[in-house]
Design a protein. Structure first.
Length: 551
């Protein structure tokens, strides 16, 4: 099965510069205060490397002006540029002309050059920081509310970025000014926006028995996110926010992280938020400790050590290089790292936990998927039954042979006569990738919450994975790197999102109706027009995937 949650836009964001407003001065244009690089976790180095994060102790009296960029160590797969090229052929309707041989040569060259690539100077293991962006009215009113001991405050939107669990940063998805302005459209004070860094690649997602025996934790990135969310609960009132009105939003790996936060500890410990917006949630369902251990041992081998303790004693640079090498060599469509079943934070796959009622039930949910999630992660040469079977075995070796055969021959049969949702071999593979790694995760959420959720599809062509991010963070820009920007779509999407953040309901005056999904499994299709359509995630294939017979 292919991997998940890496958007083309996230890849481009890694190459772009980041702008940090000085703190705590208000931005003159948007009238917001930008508090950048607030520490929420101790530096995860030494004995805390690969371990659960710890909250800071004491108080740093130095004034933080937010001018120094801080991002967690990054890495990207060598196949990403090839995938971007393949998307161009798909858009042109000429996928069969894609020269895979040439592309594979480019991929190999890119992978070999990874160890010599310069390290971004902003990258540091000491990266557990978050940003808080507050409307001036909200922040200025916070002191009087605290003095009067009023607990109510502004709604809070916490962003978890995507990037395949190997890339991304708190400031890399976009400027939230448009979202804040949208929340003020009716004359209100607006919402508070929070974004956190979390550890990536081997630093945040190393897993397996050897790691846990050495005092580390699998899914350290999820623990980072949880600690940041707890920081919001404890401190956001100081900025004028209401800890009882927190919405967590994320796309791709961020959306997949939200699913894991909802199901954390099997729902036994509650959650530090009240609402979620999960956009294109993606993750590879890894429950096999054998797979986890192999990934860990491969990383140690690249470091030329044999134990986790030895790895903890190496320099950050050594680990960054090994992480970049391992991720670069990931199989097409995968990233080597991401959430896994660890028996603790992730006691079972989210699909199983959601089906069994083991999740946080007092959460309001909004979910979305793209018109075409899978092409970015689909190997262009996987077209025959044998090739699809081999692809599945490479990415999910825990799959029993009989289930692989069922998926290929029954669930996604090679029939192109119009009886299936595809009419060509490459479209079949794309649908397999789309459903197995992305859209069926929405089905699991909708079903778990009794269809009392708000579901939408982002349908601006070509509708590839991640192409909704410039609309989520729309600030009036006329174009973006993917296609002509349709301004009314950005305004409409942000209105729905901020309405939900503020009230738990995306509906509002002047907007097309946005009903709950309901038993008829309907959703809003948000494109150049907004219309109500049947939710395509509600199908027999997603129902089969939820059984998780392979786990």
């Amino acid at each position: 099965m292919p991997s998940f949650c890496f958007s083309l836009l996230a890849a481009l964001a890694l190459l772009s510069s980041f702008v940090f407003a000085q703190s705590p001065l208000p931005q003159q244009t948007g009238q917001t205060y930008n508090f950048s690089n607030i520490r929420y976790g101790q530096p995860p180095v030494g004995n805390l490397r690969f371990a659960a994060p710890l909250a800071p102790t004491g108080r740093n009296k130095a004034v933080q002006n937010g001018s120094v960029g801080r991002i967690c160590p990054q890495a990207g797969p060598a196949w990403a540029p090839v995938a971007a090229k393949f998307l161009q052929y798909l858009v042109a309707g000429n996928a069969s002309a894609f020269n895979l041989t040439l592309a594979e040569q480019q991929l190999q060259a890119a992978s070999q050059n990874t160890s010599t690539a310069p390290i971004d100077p902003r990258m540091t293991e000491d990266c557990l920081f978050l940003d808080v962006i507050v409307p001036k009215k909200v922040f200025d009113g916070a002191r009087s509310r605290i003095r009067r001991r009023q607990s109510s405050g502004a709604p809070v939107l916490v962003w978890i970025y995507g990037g395949g669990y190997t890339g991304g940063s708190k400031g890399g998805s976009g400027n939230p000014s448009g979202l804040i302005a949208s929340s003020q459209a009716g004359g209100g004070n607006g919402i508070i926006f929070v974004a956190m860094n979390y550890r990536l690649g081997a630093f945040g997602w190393l897993a397996g028995p050897s790691l846990q025996a050495a005092g580390g934790v699998s899914n350290a990135g999820l623990y980072d996110q949880r600690l940041a969310l707890q920081w919001v609960q404890h401190h956001i009132h100081l900025f004028g926010g209401d800890p009882k009105r927190v919405t967590v939003m994320g796309e791709s790996a961020g959306g997949g992280s939200i699913v894991h936060q909802i199901t954390a500890y099997g729902g036994q410990k509650g959650v530090p938020f009240q609402q979620v917006i999960s956009q294109s949630p993606g993750y590879l369902p890894i429950s096999s400790y054998y797979v986890q251990e192999n990934t860990t041992q491969a990383f140690l081998s690249l470091l030329n050590v044999s134990t986790i303790e030895e790895a903890r004693n190496l320099s950050s640079t050594s680990l960054m290089i090994a992480n970049a090498q391992q991720v670069a060599a990931s199989r097409y469509g995968s990233f080597s790292y991401g959430p896994v079943v660890d028996g603790i934070f992730v006691p079972a796959l989210p699909s199983i936990l959601l089906n069994a009622g083991q999740f946080a039930k007092n959460v309001k949910v909004m979910v979305s998927h793209m018109l075409s999630e899978g092409p970015l992660f689909t190997p262009p040469d996987v077209r025959t039954d044998d090739e699809l079977e081999a692809f599945m075995r490479q990415n999910t070796p825990q799959f029993p042979t009989e289930l692989v055969n069922y998926v290929v021959q029954t669930l996604y049969p090679a029939r192109y006569d119009g009886s299936q949702p595809y009419t060509s071999p490459i479209e079949r593979t794309i649908l397999f990738v789309t459903e197995a790694s992305f859209v069926c995760n929405n089905y699991f959420l909708n079903k778990a919450y009794g269809n009392q959720t708000y579901s939408y599809q982002f349908a601006v062509p070509p509708g590839f994975h991640g192409f909704d991010i410039p609309y989520t963070f729309y600030n009036g820009q006329p174009t973006n790197v993917t296609a002509g920007m349709v301004a009314p779509v950005g305004v409409a999407l942000q209105t729905y999102l901020t309405n939900f953040v503020m009230t738990g309901n995306p509906n509002g005056r002047g907007m097309p109706p946005f009903p709950m999904q309901g038993k008829n499994a309907s959703m809003n299709s948000i494109g150049t027009t907004i219309q109500r359509v049947k939710d395509d995630t509600s199908n027999e294939r997603c129902a089969w995937w939820q059984k998780t017979l392979f786990a």
